[in-house]
Design a protein around this ligand. Structure first.
Ligand code: TXA
Ligand code: MG
Length: 329
């Protein structure tokens, strides 16, 4: 299959046509690029899993353009869910609720719950409205790779696998949405740009899933995810300790690249580094994470040493992605 790359301004009609015909289309959201299909069409949804090489037991997020669409997905939407939606949508928050009867099992991987989110990108919202149905969409990477934050990164993974990529430029947030479940006790399943601190203003007793809180992971969570080809080694300790550690790695590790803040880069003995941004701007650091991993691979790094920044605010999402990408390293 030939993969067409069109700018957003030229892509809307074509993308909507393809989606209505049961095809898969990649499009930008404010978090990462998504690989979308009609959430009500199980054959279309199955094509997403094929294109990504995604395990069938991993459920998808349904993307909506308004609250009435949400009502077609969820069995019942409580007041707490509605006020979260009012505060954070459109935006990088995914809310899991008990699902409506007629959602195909392919979307939810057979679960009794449905994840939904209203993205912030104008093109994504327009596309959903034009289609008139919710668009099920995981991140548009091959399963296991870092999520794509540019159309070029989508093309690296999806060339020949899907008919169309709508190029909307660089994703502003740069990591996937915060995922919360409101099914039983409110729980954060995946940290993102909407922080735990922000969520606690609405749900004071919301907890972190064990896998995020740093407790031992359940077996399924151990798999490497978001991973570059290079071996990824996170640094630890204070900023000074990390800088000292990173400097010595250049001498003893062949073909190493360091990914770090601009403050740490100023202390390094080699230019073989990729700068994420200032440690005073967590959102910028987060937004450059996935692209920096892909860039290290493009430069042929064998080992990536990664600076880390604790777990406050947006840095919780950063730590979570780096831990999962590093696996056991
Ligand atoms: O920002 C995002 O969320 C991006 C853009 C495209 O919207 N999408 C995304 O999708 O990251 P994906 O498939 O890569 O990640 C969805 C996550 C997975 O960890 C999945 O297991 C979880 O959400 N998930 C989806 N439905 C669920 C459900 N019903 N129960 C528990 N977890 C669910
Ligand atoms: Mg993903």
């Amino acid at each position: 299959m030939e993969t067409l790359l069109l700018r957003e301004s030229e892509a809307l009609t074509r993308a909507a046509e393809l989606l209505k015909r049961g095809e898969v289309v990649a499009f930008k959201t404010e978090t990462v690029y998504g690989l979308g299909a009609n959430a009500f069409d199980k054959r279309a949804v199955h094509k997403i899993f094929e294109a990504k090489g995604r395990p069938l037991d991993n459920p998808l997020i349904a993307h909506i353009a308004d609250i009435s669409m949400w009502k077609s997905l969820a069995r019942e939407i409580g007041g707490g869910a509605l006020s979260l939606a009012e505060r954070f949508w459109p935006g990088p928050l995914t809310i899991i609720l008990p699902k409506a009867m007629f959602i195909p099992d392919e979307v939810t991987a057979g679960l009794d719950t449905i994840a939904a989110r209203m993205p912030r990108s104008p093109f994504a919202l327009e596309l959903i409205r034009e289609c008139g149905f919710p668009i099920a969409a995981p991140s548009a990477n091959l399963s296991g790779k870092p999520s794509p934050t540019t159309a070029a990164a989508v093309l690296e993974d999806m060339d020949g696998r899907i008919p169309l990529i709508a190029d909307g430029g660089v994703c502003e947030v740069g990591v996937e949405s915060t995922v919360i479940s409101l099914v039983d006790e409110p729980k954060v399943l995946r940290p993102g740009a909407v922080t735990l601190e922000q969520l606690r203003e609405f749900i004071p007793d919301i907890v972190l899933a064990d896998s995020i809180a740093g407790k031992p992971m359940s077996p399924g969570m151990k798999y490497r995810h978001y991973a570059p080809l290079a071996k990824l080694v996170p640094a630890s300790g204070t900023a000074d300790e990390q800088a000292a550690f990173l400097c010595t790695q250049y001498d003893i590790t062949p073909n190493a690249i360091v990914i770090c803040s601009e403050e740490t880069a100023a202390k390094l003995s080699s230019r073989r580094h990729i700068i994420l941004g200032s440690r005073n701007s967590p959102a910028v650091i987060l937004s450059n994470l996935f692209e920096s991993l892909r860039e290290a691979d493009r430069r042929g790094a064998e080992t990536i040493f990664m600076e880390t920044f604790g777990a406050d605010g947006a840095f919780l999402a950063f730590r979570n992605r780096v831990q999962r990408a590093a696996g056991e390293n």
